[in-house]
Write a protein that binds this ligand. Structure first.
Ligand code: 1HN
Length: 370
């Protein structure tokens, strides 16, 4: 933040500021240092939530909420501790632009269909046998699958399997809320019934890099489920060559019809970091929410070491220096707001040039839950 000018304490300035406020007018001389930062200074903080905490709280929630009683979805979201000025529970924000949560569906349960102007995605962390039904297509989900629910499409969930099913949701809720673009509508008849064969888009787009002849007019990504075995096959191809020094062996999920990000407002990646891999630090305008899907390691964010293991979730805010180091072969799934930053032509990236790209560790993050 810029320094406060001394004239702000002069009596005539203070009196005038107070005077105009009664007319709902604002003093720019006070506001400028607050809002005009040299670099991005997000209110969102770097933070980590352990997998054990999330699993424990979801199981407790299962005792209290059915999907119907729990506002249609039994989901607990990651509330960034820096984004709490909307009381009592905060801005429903994990970063300034993105929301992420974990959701639990038990065998036999149904989460009714609805549609909204937010884009959604899911990453499946545990279980099998549940499906999401998007615009009449039942899409069965397994661990490691990445699914999209494009905005304004009817979607609900059902579970035909035997064990609890847990996944990560991410939506652009804070962005759509702040620009005044929220629309939401419940489906009139509970869970929508299928109107095409199961896993229709996944079968028709099996390659992921080709499209069926005739499907050339898609704005909405036509592939609903990016299967784990296709993701690992793509990463194995990269592993024959040198890794990216900042990202290791990493792929982006794209809309096969346009080559753009699978969701129009959220970028999504899977990255493989072999045992002992240490990425070079960088910072960028966009923010990122990570899920450690497999392995263990730590991420240094602005000098603070965040240790993680499979199941954990953590946030790298805008413009924070960060680097990853692994203790074993690891996979990190991540969601970012690059498409939003790109839309505003604000995306900017810098490499950490000193000390061979590695920050000095100044402290360690301590979880309130251990
Ligand atoms: C939603 O539709 C889902 O479909 C999950 O599972 C989380 C959070 C806010 C608004 C809609 C889902 C959501 C959501």
């Amino acid at each position: 933040m810029a320094e406060q000018a001394s004239y702000l304490n002069d009596k005539d300035v203070k009196d005038f500021t107070k005077d105009i406020q009664q007319f709902n007018l604002g003093p720019l001389w006070e506001a400028i240092p607050e809002v005009m930062n040299k670099n991005p200074e997000p209110h969102a903080q770097a933070y980590l939530w352990s997998g054990e905490l999330m699993e424990k709280k979801l199981m407790e929630a299962a005792e209290i909420f059915t999907p119907e009683r729990g506002g249609e979805r039994r989901a607990i979201y990651f509330q960034n501790p820096g984004l709490t000025y909307r009381k009592p529970w905060g801005q429903v924000s994990t970063t300034q632009t993105l929301y992420a949560a974990v959701q639990l569906l038990l065998p036999g349960e149904e989460a009714p269909s609805h549609r909204h102007s937010q884009s959604a995605l899911r990453f499946i962390t545990e279980g099998e046998g549940a499906y999401t039904i998007v615009q009449g297509e039942r899409i069965f989900m397994e661990e490691g699958d990445f699914l999209i629910t494009p905005k304004n499409l009817w979607h609900g969930h059902g579970h035909l399997g035997e064990k609890p099913m847990i996944w990560m949701d991410a939506l652009d809720i804070p962005t759509i809320y702040s620009i005044g673009g929220t629309f939401f509508e419940p489906y009139e008849d509970g869970l929508q019934q299928p109107n095409v064969p199961d896993n229709f888009s996944e079968k028709r787009y099996r390659g992921g890099m080709v499209r069926p002849v005739g499907d050339d007019k898609f704005d909405v990504a036509p592939l609903a489920n990016y299967k784990w075995d296709r993701t690992t096959a793509a990463i194995e191809g990269l592993m024959e060559f040198d890794p990216d020094p900042n990202h290791g062996f990493a792929i982006e999920y794209i809309n096969p019809s346009t080559g753009k990000s699978a969701n129009p407002t959220m970028g999504t990646r899977m990255q493989y970091l072999p045992d002992g891999f240490h990425t070079n630090a960088l910072r960028h305008t966009h923010s990122t929410i990570y899920h450690a899907f497999k392995g263990s390691g730590y991420t240094v964010i602005n000098g603070v070491r965040f240790d993680w293991k499979a199941g954990d979730y953590f946030v790298v805010p805008n413009w924070a220096w960060y680097e990853h180091k692994t203790f074993e072969d690891s996979y990190l799934f991540s969601v970012n707001d690059i498409p939003i930053m790109d839309r505003f032509e604000l995306e900017k990236v810098e490499n950490y040039e000193i000390n061979h790209g590695h920050q000095k560790i100044t402290s360690e993050f301590k979880s309130v839950f251990r």
